[in-house]
Write a protein that binds this ligand. Structure first.
Ligand code: GLU
Length: 428
């Protein structure tokens, strides 16, 4: 995929302009919502293990906080850009609104590849990121969380730095913390499980039994792994997964037509979600090019990696058998490809609805952290299911009632709520 010419923020704005027309928003609301409210870009000096100092570029974007404090993850990625963070922060605003949790949208990032950093260097990077922002983020203004290539350990280092700067214990500052250190049970599973709660509801609506469906998954990180776990539990079969290979700097797809064995694959996967190619071959997997995941003869392609994966170029490869595309990643489908999907009448569960389980559980984690009282896992996942299911039903009912594509219906609900909050506050 051509990542160089792709700009996620232009895409997010294009999607916004389209829904602004549907909602007939006035100019002030459009101007307010099509750009972030606040943006921070800064240098993070890190003393490396060899004694030299590397300067990393960090970002935080607060898109909108009319409905509550900004909320959203921090991504470590070598190709991170300000525009990627802007797009992701805007999608966070819509995500929190569509599931109706009292939070706004934010996102952070660092241009860094944790594959090449020791644990100590990563700790310094996390602490440095917080030091640069300590006065601009916090439990009542902007609450970070994990995203691509950041983990519970990173969140704990960040919390520790924030608490050292401000004094006192403030576990509500950040979510995705380790369980036992202010984290919520179920947070690790939440995004992937949330995706499958929406898949379960979509299949009900389409009168398809999960047992009769087959899926192909792009990505094998946290979201993909737990989505595969629950999808398999409800009866589905995954025949293909793809993942990045750091050594070869390319992706591969791993296919087993009778169905992949999640636990066996997890045994040969590293902490970045990279499956060992040689060992997979020994286990009988066919190794195919990275793009192969999208061409598979399946009912459900499930992108769970990065932006810009289903584009005008690749959408033509979607198999005629496909019934529903489930966007577990943020921004995987470009507006050009979206049109083709709508024309082909393929059901779509749009990203900021499908993957809202993570932030919904983050919200539960914040509530628990602030009360200093922690729920059982079943209680967390039960509440998550209720939130995801009701958000899905609201979107699909609106789509049917107004004959809208699912993405447009989700946008109408989310943007409508945020616009209303801005008006109610007297901002516009
Ligand atoms: N990074 C996740 C997302 O894109 C979770 C954000 C959060 O929990 O705040 O939704």
């Amino acid at each position: 995929m051509n990542q160089e010419s792709f700009n996620p923020f232009s895409m997010a704005q294009l999607q916004f302009d389209h829904v602004a027309d549907i909602l007939d928003l006035d100019k002030a609301v459009r101007d307010l919502l099509r750009n972030p409210m606040r943006e921070y870009a800064f240098n993070i000096p890190v003393r490396m293990d060899d004694g030299s100092v590397n300067i990393f570029r960090g970002f935080r974007v607060q898109h909108n906080d009319a409905r509550g404090p900004c909320k959203g993850g921090i991504r470590f990625h070598p190709l991170e850009t300000m525009d990627t963070v802007r797009a992701l922060s805007m999608w966070m605003t819509w995500k929190c609104a569509v599931v109706d949790i009292p939070l706004g949208g934010g996102k952070g990032g660092v241009i860094a590849d944790p594959h090449n950093l020791s644990a100590r260097e990563q700790e310094q990077l996390c602490r440095g990121w917080v030091r640069q922002l300590a006065r601009n983020i916090g439990p009542i203004s902007d609450i970070p969380a994990p995203d691509v290539m950041t983990s519970a350990q990173h969140m704990l280092w960040m919390l520790d730095e924030y608490e050292a700067i401000h004094g006192g214990k403030m576990p509500g500052f950040i979510t995705g913390k380790p369980v036992g250190m202010g984290g919520s049970l179920g947070r690790t599973e939440a995004t992937g499980f949330g995706v499958i709660y929406t898949v379960r509801e979509a299949l009900k609506q389409l009168s398809i039994r999960p047992e009769d469906t087959v899926a192909s998954v792009q990505g094998f990180g946290n979201v993909a792994q737990y989505a595969i776990r629950l999808y398999t539990q409800i009866g589905g079969t995954v025949i293909c997964v793809s993942c990045w290979n750091q050594n070869d700097q390319t992706s591969y797809s791993f296919r087993k037509k009778e169905g992949i064995d999640l636990d066996a694959l997890l045994d040969i996967t590293d902490r970045f979600g990279e499956i060992d190619k040689a060992k997979a071959k020994e286990l009988g997997y066919e190794i195919l090019p990275g793009e192969a995941w999208i061409e598979q003869e399946v009912d459900i392609p499930l992108p769970a990696a990065l932006e810009n994966q289903i584009s005008a170029e690749t959408v033509v490869n979607i198999n005629p058998r496909v019934r529903a595309i489930v966007e577990a990643a943020n921004g995987p489908t470009t507006p050009d490809a979206d049109k083709v999907i709508a024309e082909r009448n393929i059901f779509l569960i749009p990203d900021f609805l499908a993957n809202a389980g993570g932030v919904t559980c983050s919200y539960f984690e914040q509530v628990q952290s602030n009360m200093n009282y922690y729920w059982e896992k079943d209680e967390v996942l039960g509440k998550l299911d209720v939130k995801m299911t009701s958000a899905f039903i609201a979107v699909s009912e609106l789509a049917q009632k107004r004959n809208l594509h699912m993405r447009d219906a989700a946008y109408v609900i989310a943007v409508g709520r945020v616009a209303q909050a801005c008006r109610d506050r007297g901002w516009v």
